[in-house]
Design a protein around this ligand. Structure first.
Ligand code: NAD
Ligand code: ISE
Length: 335
């Protein structure tokens, strides 16, 4: 059975996901598109066989030929589309963030529980990355003993002018927020944010770099650097220090060169390339689960927990204090 997919949002990652659904993955077909930029939706549809353009995301979700929905529109629009998909009883893959506030994520959690079905997956693709999976296996197998500390960094070469301070947390560090609690099987209890002096490459509305300190229920301490004007490349680092040893995220494969009296490898410049395989694995897994009427990946509760943590980081940065991370107990529905 081929799944008929409707995609809402045909911007940067929307195009990437449409391309992989159409040309790389198996078991799905993009049959419907919608975007507030109608021209862009029409131009994208023209390149696909038989995809229909809907003037609103809600109309796309309601369309009988659309079996499952992919939401790749901008963050503030996610809540309404995910809620509409739940109401229509359709499985929905929503790019991160699930929604832009913890309250909005909770409304999604409540609606999903009320529907009685698992319908929502959030686009935290790091859980599908080969390197992160190998690192998690080493931790889960007890190779380094119980984790004590995690050191990590998320560096981008540069960001556009519109990228402002909060985005370092809600758009960028949100990936670490989700990946690290999954990696060490723990939840966070507090956050603190340190702001070193700015790089000369930043602008007035962006503190860059920043350091985020998280503490977990189990007593693990995490330090995460976000540096989005690092200049030299797109670099994701993660090292877990345990009682018996240290495990690090493997570097992406690259030829090791000996030349001109130098030993060198290439550092990628772009998140799209760095995680290209994980996006493929993530969406293929989603399609296969969806064909069985299920969701296997990061769920609405994970999206909610990430949003609560991001809010605490923002509060900690604003007040210069250690902010508590408080959530209600995880509902049995998400056990
Ligand atoms: P983008 O700005 O390139 O694209 C967003 C698209 O949404 C645009 O085409 C815009 O016209 C459309 N849009 C805006 N409001 C809409 C509405 N109400 N209804 C329908 N369409 C609407 O942004 P992007 O970089 O593609 O990001 C989209 C989402 O994907 C964001 O939530 C972002 O955080 C996420 N993202 C995730 C990753 C990842 O690594 N998982 C990477 C990049 C982006
Ligand atoms: C972007 O929104 C993403 O999601 C990328 O994966 C991330 O690495 C980048 O820093 C974000 O801005």
């Amino acid at each position: 059975m081929t799944l008929n997919v409707g995609v809402i949002g045909v911007g940067m990652i929307g195009q990437e996901h449409i391309n992989r659904l159409t040309n790389k993955l198996v078991g799905a077909k993009v049959v419907a598109l919608s975007d507030v930029n109608a021209r862009q939706a029409e131009e994208t549809a023209a390149k696909l066989q038989g995809a229909k353009v809907y003037s609103t995301g809600e109309a796309l979700i309601a369309a009988p030929e659309v079996q499952v929905v992919v939401v790749t529109s901008s963050g503030p629009t996610h809540e309404a589309y995910v809620l509409a998909a739940i109401k229509a009883g359709k499985l929905v893959f929503c790019e991160k963030p699930l929604a832009t506030t913890a309250e909005a994520c909770m409304r999604i959690v409540e609606a999903e529980i009320a529907s009685g079905r698992h319908l929502v997956q959030v686009g935290f693709q790091r859980r599908y990355d080969k390197g992160y999976r190998a690192l998690k296996k080493a931790i889960d197998d007890g190779v380094i003993g119980a984790p004590l500390m995690v050191h990590c960094a998320h560096r981008n070469p540069s960001v556009p002018e519109g990228y402002v301070s909060d985005m370092a947390i809600v758009d960028t560090f949100i990936h670490e927020i989700d990946a690290l609690r999954w990696l060490i099987n723990d939840d966070y209890v507090s956050a603190q944010v340190l702001v070193p002096r700015n790089t000369k490459h930043t602008h007035a509305k962006l503190d860059d770099p920043i350091i985020i300190l998280l503490a977990t229920k189990g007593g693990v301490r995490i330090d995460g650097e976000v540096f989005v004007n690092c200049r030299y490349g797109y670099d994701i680092l993660c090292q877990v220090v345990g009682e018996e040893g240290v495990a690090s995220l493997p570097e992406p494969e690259s030829v090791l060169l000996r030349r001109d009296a130098k030993l060198s490898t290439t550092i990628m410049q772009d998140w799209k390339l760095r995680f290209i395989d994980s996006y493929d694995v993530e969406l293929q897994d989603w399609i296969e689960a969806a064909r069985a009427g299920k969701v296997n990946g990061p769920n609405a509760w994970d999206g909610y927990f990430a949003a609560v943590t991001a809010d605490a980081c923002l509060e900690a940065k604003r007040t210069g204090t250690v902010a508590p991370i408080v959530t209600p107990p995880r509902p049995a529905f998400y056990a």
